[in-house]
Write a protein that binds this ligand. Structure first.
Ligand code: COA
Length: 129
């Protein structure tokens, strides 16, 4: 499994990111299990283009023991639905994924995302998760 490493994370960048969550220029949630209240991952819509009304969805379950239990699908369905609600009012939700990331590709297919294009030689630096 791979994720794209596109920049170094510094404390300053993290603080800026949290400010943008507070200002709601992006949307960011924790995914927490109902039973134990355990934080198993995060889901976000970031960036959001409010002029053209679209946003980029991303998801990560950091705890691998929780994979394959339907949590990502359930959380994603709710968030995508919320994005199209009157409250957020987006016209489109998009995402990017490395094609080797089969679990994510399968999840996105199940959620109804469609391929609009394929970038060639786009990702140079990958990290193992
Ligand atoms: C991708 C990720 C979020 C999936 O989370 P998950 O909770 O395991 O996914 P779910 O259990 O909700 O499964 C979603 C659907 O995809 C299917 N699926 C997942 N992996 C699959 C695979 N390898 N082959 C076939 N189907 C697969 C599941 O069967 C399920 O469909 P169903 O409900 O019809 O059975 C998780 O693996 C993860 O966090 N990976 C690391 C971070 C990452 O790669 N994020 C995406 C970056 S683009």
């Amino acid at each position: 499994m791979f994720a794209v490493r596109d920049e170094t994370v510094t404390i300053e960048k993290l603080i800026d990111y949290l400010k943008s969550v507070e200002e709601q220029s992006i949307l960011f949630w924790a995914i927490v299990t109902r039973e134990e209240g355990k934080h198993i991952g995060n889901i976000k819509i970031d960036p959001i283009d409010m002029e053209s009304k679209f946003g980029e969805y991303g998801i990560m379950l950091g705890d691998k023991t929780e994979w394959g239990k339907g949590y990502a699908k359930e959380a994603s369905e709710r968030i995508v639905q919320y994005c199209f609600s009157d409250e957020v009012d987006l016209r489109k939700v998009n995402l990017g994924v490395v094609e080797d990331n089969h679990d994510a590709v399968e999840l996105y297919k199940k959620l109804g995302f469609e391929i609009e294009g394929v970038y060639r030689l786009h990702v140079l630096s990958l990290i193992h998760i």
